[in-house]
Write a protein that binds this ligand. Structure first.
Ligand SMILES: [Zn+2]
Ligand SMILES: [Zn+2]
Length: 459
């Protein structure tokens, strides 16, 4: 299945995104504020979805009833193209006690996502067509939102021997990444880039120099000095980005840099793009909204890799998102069991969940204070599939319906009513956020609706 008829994974033999079958939706969202930044659409309309496709945008209150259609009074609500997350961890196979495809895609749908791209650092890693085939089969039974699967660049993620990239592409890999780990050996990455040019599918890179990161558990700066913790300098990331952009330029290959966290990294990407490198990149809500000051609490929910950095780094990420140096928002949703997190900060696992809070966090911390316009945040959240060949959803007649319906004024306490994710390591847990997804239509199907959110059915 694909997000839209004309969306394309580019060249692969197998369809790129997989999900379980469900009944196509027929519904009318009455008098919603329809916002599709790429189309320049911002108007109150009735949005009519018929048999899973957007049928029409009518004057508010003007759409005729359709027999059997669900009718939503959406006055005061926001309907946007649903979001696409290029970077999640669903722990299948091997660690289903943290997350599986059913809970992971439910969490995605609850956050307004209509498609996600799942990383390959599972156990075992997705490094063969057999493992890839088995997770795709499971997604066909369990996933309520279409999932694209990444395959690893190196066998067993050992950083040495390349996987069969062409065979993995034919088996449906949407791209390649050893995320969780960098590809430390430049010769290995160079060869992977040569194969990428032939096999297609972008190579996504977790950028970190293992020698510079060492045993670090947080950002190197004033806070780590005050707490006396081993730390990860921002140059651990930026020097690897510089190296890999040079390699991509030399091999004329395409790369996507994951979870930018530092000012120096944004500057490297800007230089590389100006020099003609085929590079895209992403930033995560936690890096856009939080800094290392949060770690003074010693709460392991603020521990992830790359780490929360300084206010200056955060400002640079926001500026990069605004000016397009940073292409898209990615959550790096990384579920962990409570026993891996409820331990002293230094010992806790790296990673935070984020699918259910991404929009609300950015809306609360960046849009409402006037730091970034709503249109820009929505646009950067919808285009996350583009580096992987997945077209951004559109609100236009004829398109497959991929729509998030949001109450922009609803304030809620994160975690108060639990999470759809199996794991609870959300770095916004306990905070009051404003803006909540009430309903998500993904690939023409209603994938999520808020429990308290009722609607009428026309007879
Ligand atoms: Zn990573
Ligand atoms: Zn990751």
């Amino acid at each position: 299945m694909n997000l839209s008829e004309n969306g394309s994974g580019g060249g692969a033999g197998a369809p790129t995104l997989v999900s379980r079958p469900a009944r196509p939706a027929t519904l009318i969202l009455r008098s919603a504020r329809l916002l599709d930044p790429r189309k320049g659409l911002d108007a109150s309309r009735d949005l009519v979805i018929r048999e899973g496709s957007i049928a029409e945008l009518s004057e508010p209150g003007g759409a005729p009833e359709i027999q059997g259609a669900e009718v939503v009074d959406a006055e005061g609500l926001l309907a946007v193209p649903a979001f696409v997350d290029p970077h999640v961890h669903f722990r299948v196979p091997g660690q289903e006690h943290k997350e599986d495809l059913e809970t992971g895609t439910r969490s995605a749908a609850a956050g307004g996502y209509c498609a996600v791209i799942a990383m390959a650092n599972t156990s075992p890693p997705i490094d063969s067509a057999a493992v890839l085939g088995s997770v795709r089969d499971r997604a066909e039974r369990e996933a309520s939102v279409p999932v694209g699967f990444i395959a690893t660049v190196t066998r067993e993620m050992a950083g040495e021997e390349l996987t069969e990239m062409a065979e993995l592409r034919d088996a449906g890999a949407i791209g390649f990444s050893d995320d969780g780990l960098p590809i430390a050996n430049a010769r290995v990455l160079r060869r992977a880039l040569q194969y990428q040019r032939l096999a297609g599918g972008v190579i996504a890179l977790h950028e970190e120099d293992p020698d510079l990161s060492g045993e670090g558990v947080m950002h190197e700066g004033e806070v780590s000095a005050a707490l006396g913790m081993a730390a990860i300098p921002s140059v651990s990331e930026s020097t690897m980005i510089a190296r890999d952009c040079s390699l991509a330029l030399y091999e004329e290959a395409r790369i996507h840099i994951q979870h930018l966290s530092a000012r120096a990294s944004v500057e490297e990407i800007a230089r590389a793009k100006a020099a003609g490198v085929q590079v895209t990149c992403e930033a995560a809500p936690h890096h856009l909204a939080l800094t290392d000051e949060a770690i003074r609490s010693l709460d392991a929910r603020f521990k992830m890799n790359p780490p929360l950095r300084s206010e200056d780094d955060r400002r640079a990420l926001i500026d990069g998102l605004r000016d397009g140096t940073i292409d898209c928002v990615a959550t790096d949703h990384a579920p962990h069991a409570s026993e891996d997190k409820e331990v002293p900060f230094e010992e806790a696992a790296m990673g935070v969940t984020g699918l259910e809070t991404a929009f609300a966090a950015l809306h609360t911390d960046l849009v409402l204070p006037g730091v970034l316009p709503l249109e820009l945040v929505v646009e950067r959240m919808t285009c996350g599939g583009e580096p992987f060949g997945i077209a951004a959803p559109r609100i236009e007649p004829g398109a497959i319906a991929n729509v998030a319906l949001i109450d922009p004024e609803l304030t809620w306490r994160v975690g108060e009513q639990g999470y759809e994710s199996r794991s609870h390591n959300n770095c916004f847990g306990g905070r009051e956020l404003t803006g909540r997804v009430l309903m998500t239509v993904a690939a023409g199907r209603v994938a999520f609706r808020q429990r308290s959110f009722a609607m009428g059915v026309a007879s």
